[in-house]
Design a protein around this ligand. Structure first.
Ligand code: 4AD
Ligand code: MG
Length: 484
């Protein structure tokens, strides 16, 4: 009896002469006069494996007419040294059984489809070379992330997805409710007797004052949301476990339709006790280099594919990167550089304003052509939890900017001093009550600590050279798009 093998296994350790069973999907079927060739793909590698068969010699030759692109088949045959070029081994088939038929209405018949078209086929695009490669690399990266932290003594914490607090304070949260929106809408007429959609009402009342709705009747008895970041929760576990990280989905209802923003994306957020901003940047640099090295080592075939078809030279750029030292510059220096650049930016540069994408890209792509940590941003530009510097104007924040993607990591040393943190929450008019548990960590044995968040999809984009975030997550969610 032959045994079932993955194609990857056969290519790395198969022995010619072995009887094998393979299962997978037909990418192409080239029929010749005497012999025909199927390229079979089972997801375990990029290139699949060549199956050679002669229609008459097949035990079940009635199946031959249904061996069409997209069909799922089982092949039984012998692994043999390949006659042709381009592969070491192939399978000489004795039996080919159809597991799942597929006809010519299968939408992915062509050899190349545009990424735009494939986005309308999120459920099928995994049958293409590009998406197979993207999701194998995505897996390898996730595995490398866990390995990096595990080997350094960090504990993986599963922070909640449902939350009551807005970590980033930007009011970009999806609200979660079991209230009947239809009957609410009819109850919530404004002073002029006009109905306003709930969203407008919320905008009027701000993120922390959700209007006149009676939340005691809502599922949690209070407004609740999908989390924008696991940081606040993971910080509390850090104050007891010392080194922790959270890695999971996060949600942002920001209405930015760019190639780098998704409404649902994954974030990796380590948190480290007794660590300052410089230590945080060192950890981020080691971390990014580690996961890149891991992918270069373990996804060679897929990376060669990206190098050839998606982003020329990406492998050598990544190799150079893991052997370089990331630059570091303060926000103040960055602003000075931008002002002196002579470059015409759409948004003017001035100390105190947020750096725009065009500014970030100029620094990392044009000026340095290397990754750079920009540190010590103006307090007003950053979230409430960041530690105030002695100058009274800036906070111990860092953004890691990389060529091609821009901001890939955002992090900071956290404000561990209760009085300063409280002051900040009050100045920003955040709901102090909602943060009572977070503030407790500063009341009971507070300690300096720091952490960062890596946008997982942005990391995948950076490493594969894929240019749109919609093409590195299986089912992208963006404004107006929640299909599938
Ligand atoms: O800079 P951000 O907002 O930082 C935080 O959320 C902190 N709580 C992290 C921490 O210190 N623990 O987000 C972190 C990263 C960004 O640098 C970016 O890579 C990614 O998350 N990111 C997004 N990725 C895809 N789509 C979006 N809409 C994103 N918003 C942020
Ligand atoms: Mg950020």
């Amino acid at each position: 009896m032959s045994e079932h093998y993955s194609i990857k296994h056969l290519l790395t350790s198969g022995v010619a002469g072995t009887g094998v069973i393979l299962r997978g999907w037909i990418r192409t079927n080239r029929s010749g006069k005497h012999v025909s060739f199927i390229n079979l793909n089972d997801g375990s590698n990029l290139g699949g494996l060549q199956i050679v068969y002669s229609a008459e010699a097949l035990e079940n030759h009635e199946a031959v007419s249904r061996l069409l692109t997209g069909a799922c088949i089982e092949v039984e045959g012998e692994l043999v040294a390949s006659q042709g070029q381009g592969q070491q081994v192939e399978v000489q088939a004795q039996r080919v059984t159809i597991i799942g038929t597929c006809d010519d209405s299968f939408p992915l018949q062509k050899k190349r489809h545009s990424f735009e078209y494939l986005r309308t086929m999120s459920h099928l695009r995994i049958r293409t070379n590009t998406f197979g490669a993207v999701f194998r690399v995505r897996h390898q990266l996730a595995y490398a992330i866990h390995r990096f932290f595990h080997e350094r003594g960090f504990y993986w914490i599963h922070t909640p997805i449902l939350t009551a607090s807005d970590c980033e304070g930007a009011g970009e949260m999806f609200q979660v409710t079991t209230l009947d929106l239809k009957s609410l809408a009819s109850e919530t007429n404004d002073a002029f007797g006009q109905k306003r959609p709930l969203r407008k009402q919320q905008a009027l009342h701000g993120p922390n004052d959700r209007g006149t709705v009676d939340y005691s009747k809502d599922f949690f008895g209070r407004p609740s949301f999908l989390t924008v970041s696991g940081q606040l929760n993971v910080e509390t576990l850090c104050m007891g476990l010392g080194k922790v990280y959270t890695f999971g989905p996060t949600f942002r209802a920001e209405n930015s339709n760019t190639t780098r923003h998704a409404s649902e994306f994954w974030m990796v957020e380590p948190e480290l006790a007794f660590c300052d901003l410089a230590g945080d940047a060192d950890l981020a640099e080691d971390f990014l280099k580690f996961i890149i090295r891991d992918v270069l080592e373990n996804c060679q075939e897929d990376m060669a594919f990206f190098d050839q078809w998606v982003s020329k030279g990406i492998v050598s750029r990544l190799e150079a990167l893991v052997n370089s030292r990331f630059e570091r510059m303060s926000y103040t220096e960055a602003v000075r550089l931008l002002e002196k650049s002579g470059h015409k930016f759409e948004y003017p540069v001035s100390w105190g304003a947020e750096l725009q994408t065009e500014h970030e890209r100029w620094i990392t792509e044009k000026h340095l052509q290397a990754p750079v940590f920009v540190t010590d941003y103006p307090m007003e530009a950053k979230a409430f939890y960041m530690r105030q510097n002695d100058d009274g104007k800036t906070v111990a924040a860092m953004d890691l900017l990389v060529p091609g993607v821009g901001e890939i990591i955002g992090g900071s040393q956290r404000e561990e001093r209760l009085d300063l943190l409280l002051q900040r929450i009050r100045d920003l008019k955040l709901d102090e009550e909602a943060y009572w548990w977070y503030l407790d960590t500063r009341r009971f044995g507070t300690a300096p600590h720091a952490g960062f968040g890596l946008g997982f999809e942005r990391a995948i984009m950076y490493i594969t050279g894929m240019e749109n975030i919609r093409d590195v997550i299986p089912f992208p969610r963006t404004p107006g798009n929640c299909d599938f």
